[in-house]
Ligand binder design. Structure first.
Ligand code: NAP
Length: 363
């Protein structure tokens, strides 16, 4: 029988790539979708199929990380083998505007899910999507022994989620692992990140729809990787004999300015002509972000393949193509070179909607 995975945050960047990865491995994938008044499934629309399709492998359910009862019911009924917890209020900057909400969803949402697993009595392996933001003001490089000094409500909420995952592993003997991931980008990254702002602005400038790219400070340095490679580590963590925590990153740091220059250079535009300073106040630049992912290399056999330059090309190409323009075109060659083209991407959604819980499970 096919193994079953349950993913929170399936409509997000990582959730959508992870769903594709697991489907390609023969899993049955069940995803939690937040009920919005607008469509929020654009990243997974190609996975949604007619609910009456007997061969379907992808199922989606409305639910929210604020609603523990629904999480318990879903887990009890689905009985997944693996739970990937990616859902969260993920924007660190927004967490200063919404500190209480961020704590509720990102921190308490994790304990609700852990309790749902415990209360439903099912035997699962649990992955918690932790973040480099738990390290905060600690100096680089960052590994599994680096102390946590989170400096945002988001980082604090992720630190809480990390420790709760570790406690459930120790106290309840749950197979529970946290991946402490550094920034990972893709054409599906949310649009307010400096990377997507840049690649989208380039496409808009080429299409003569915008004149400039507005960014805050271009000093901050990041350890940027390519998201589809990072979701592979989530799966790998749950295939180990023992649950544990792993730092995931490239070990190479680049500034936002370097990303901007590389992206504009790729399409033959002079970045200095187009970049304007967003005059609003910005957070002070933090420490240089450099991951030490040697434990993941040693124990998971994982190493990133997509380089910084390649990542930029993949992202620029994708945003240009979305506007129907001809792209420079190296992105596809890079993906093929690294064997990173997952299948199942264009099946579409003939019914256009989601089933309401709990009807789907009544077979
Ligand atoms: P993302 O694109 O922002 O996706 C977040 C997901 O969480 C979306 O599916 C979102 O649903 C869902 N969500 C938000 N609030 C929810 C709620 N109240 N109930 C249920 N679902 C809710 O984030 P991502 O980049 O894929 O990241 C995945 C995870 O990895 C996150 O936990 C993130 O903090 C962590 N992480 C990411 C990075 C990175 O660089 N991408 C780095 C370190 C850690 P909607 O689609 O409805 O908004």
């Amino acid at each position: 029988m096919a193994r079953k995975a349950f993913i929170t945050g399936v409509t997000g960047q990582d959730g959508s790539y992870l769903a594709e990865l697991l489907l390609s491995k023969g899993y049955e994938v069940h995803g939690l979708v937040r009920k919005e008044s607008t469509f929020n499934t654009s990243r997974i629309d190609h996975l949604l199929v007619d609910p009456f399709e007997p061969e379907r492998k992808f199922f989606s359910y409305y639910g929210d990380l604020s609603d523990g009862a629904t999480l318990t019911n879903l887990l009890y009924d689905i009985r997944p083998d693996e739970v990937y917890h990616l859902g969260a209020q993920t924007n660190s900057k927004v967490s200063f505007d919404l500190p209480e909400y961020t704590g509720d969803i990102t921190a308490l949402g994790t304990i609700r899910l852990l309790e749902a697993i415990r209360r439903s009595g099912i035997k699962v392996k649990f992955y918690n999507a932790s973040s480099f933001e738990i390290f905060g003001t600690s100096p680089p490089p960052y590994n599994e022994n680096t102390p946590f000094y989170p400096k945002s409500p988001f980082g604090g909420a992720k630190a809480y989620a990390f420790w709760m995952t570790a406690n459930y592993r120790k106290d309840y003997k749950l197979f529970a692992s946290s991946g402490i991931l550094f920034d990972h980008e893709s054409p599906r990254r949310f649009e307010s990140t400096p990377t997507r702002k840049t690649t989208r602005a380039i496409a808009q400038i080429l299409a003569a729809k915008e004149k400039f790219l507005y960014l805050g400070s271009i000093e901050p340095t990041k350890d940027w990787g390519y998201a589809p490679e990072y979701v592979e580590t989530m799966w790998l963590m749950l295939q180990q004999e023992k649950a544990d925590d792993y730092v995931i990153g490239t070990g190479v740091s680049h500034s936002v300015g370097e990303f901007v220059k590389e992206a504009f250079d790729y399409v033959g535009l002079d970045w200095e002509r187009y970049l304007k300073k967003d005059p609003r106040p910005h957070r002070p630049t933090g420490p240089t972000l450099i991951a030490d992912a040697s434990k993941a290399k040693r124990e998971l056999g994982w190493e990133p393949r997509v380089t910084f330059k390649e990542l930029v090309r993949i992202m620029v190409d994708a945003d240009i193509e979305t506007l129907g323009l001809t792209r420079p075109g190296e992105g596809k060659t890079i993906l093929a070179k690294h064997n990173l083209n997952y299948g199942n991407r264009a099946s579409g959604n003939p019914t256009g909607g989601l089933e309401e819980w709990p009807g789907l499970l009544r077979k």
